[in-house]
Design a protein around this ligand. Structure first.
Ligand SMILES: Cc1ncc(COP(=O)(O)O)c(C=O)c1O
Length: 385
């Protein structure tokens, strides 16, 4: 019998935690009320949403009224960027980085096609945005600075505290996509005006997330309708999803002190083990990284073949980000950190989660040298040792 598959793709998505499923279950069955209804079914659904809002606000030290539920981080990013643009039509310039998630980059590109100017900041070879570069890029007509908290492909943590202070000094709103960082590293929410979070990166359900909107920041809604979320997001609330998101966040924050050091240990073990293979580079920063993501490039190999071979051996990993896997362009993040093109095509992202075990990490380390060797044996490219 095949051994159980090993899931090392937790940046793409995570399994639902048992506690999260249990918290959501009543809202799929008996508690089916519409949170806008006045009767008891509606009132109970409304109370569940408000309880979730309060507990999420507490995780980042903000007011419940500053949390807007969305369908995930993609929508939260779009609401932050386009919502701010629509509310402030006189401001026509945006500052972001070259390594943002496509939810941010494509929202910026969409505005660029409509006459906005966007400064895409370069990053250093570890993927770090230089706060001074943000300072220099800000102009009188800058609408927004959007820099992610932690990168989803290479794990690099951005200096969002420093960037937030610069934005504050210049009176420019600062948005951060914390899709991967929330629940894993400290987020200085005091330095941020807008912050995006997704539940499914956190052992919560898919299709739900939130945008933190600091009081006083004016956004236009993207959806027209009943105005459910403070007029910023219309649509009948996803009650089980919202309850599950709050349960997932509570779990992540309550076990952070034990889970994060474990994931950091796995990351170090993975780096030590994989770097023993010749012709490998570590993409990203060894130290300033999210605990659960590590990215390598293997000379002379296509990342896609590596993922398929690993899958045959029961190991699920990914090349670059899951969102761009089907397209064979090298990842924009690896290009931005100046990974040579030949190496960028041979990238592999390993991302661990709360359910990952040491045995699973060791099994991966046992399998990877032979998979690399097999693929190199059939590769037309010669690898220098
Ligand atoms: C950094 C980051 N931002 C945004 C997203 C999109 O999140 P969602 O799937 O909730 O739309 C992801 C997930 O791929 C991500 O990793």
């Amino acid at each position: 019998m095949d051994p159980d598959p090993i899931y090392l793709d937790n940046s793409a998505t995570t399994p639902l935690a048992g506690e999260v499923i249990a918290s959501m279950e009543p809202y799929f069955s008996d508690e089916y009320g519409n949170a806008s209804s006045l009767h008891r079914f509606g009132r109970r659904a409304h109370a569940a949403i408000e309880e979730a809002r309060a507990s999420l606000a507490e995780t980042i030290g903000v007011e419940p009224s500053e949390i807007v539920f969305t369908s995930g981080a993609t929508e939260a990013d779009n609401l932050a960027i386009k919502g701010l643009a629509f509310a402030h039509p006189e401001k026509r310039h945006i500052v972001t980085s070259r390594i943002e998630h496509h939810a941010v980059l494509h929202a910026c590109r969409w505005l660029e096609e409509r006459g906005y100017e966007v400064t895409y900041l370069d990053v250093d070879r570890a993927g770090r945005v230089e706060p001074e570069a943000v300072k220099e890029a800000i102009r009188d007509d800058t609408l927004l600075v959007s820099i992610m908290a932690g990168n989803n492909e290479i794990g690099t943590i951005e200096p969002i505290g420093e960037i937030g202070e610069i934005c504050k000094e210049r009176g420019v709103p600062f948005h951060t996509d914390a899709g991967q960082a929330y629940g894993k590293v400290d987020i200085p929410a005091g330095s941020v005006d807008l912050l995006s979070v997704s539940a499914h990166k956190l052992n919560g359900p898919k299709g739900v997330g939130f945008l933190y909107v600091r009081k006083g920041i004016r956004l236009s809604p993207l959806l027209s309708g009943g105005g459910h979320e403070r007029g910023l997001r219309s649509g009948t609330e996803n009650v089980p999803g919202i309850v599950g998101l709050a349960a997932a966040a509570r779990l992540a924050f309550s076990e952070r002190e034990t889970v994060v050091p474990r994931l950091r240990g796995f990351r170090e073990r993975l780096i030590e083990g994989v770097m023993r293979i010749p012709g490998v580079r570590l993409n990203g920063d060894r130290k300033e990284s999210l605990p659960h993501i590590v990215n390598f490039s293997f000379a002379g190999i296509e990342g896609e073949s590596l993922v398929m071979r690993l899958d045959e051996r029961g190991i699920a990993a990914s090349t670059g980000s899951a969102c761009s896997s089907p397209n064979l362009e090298p990842s924009h993040v690896l290009v931005a950190i100046r990974v040579p093109l030949s190496m960028a095509h041979g990238s592999l992202r390993i991302s661990t989660g709360r359910q990952t075990t040491e045995e699973e990490v060791d099994r991966f380390l046992e399998v990877i040298p032979s998979v690399v060797e097999e693929l190199r044996a059939i590769s037309p490219f010669k690898v220098e040792g």
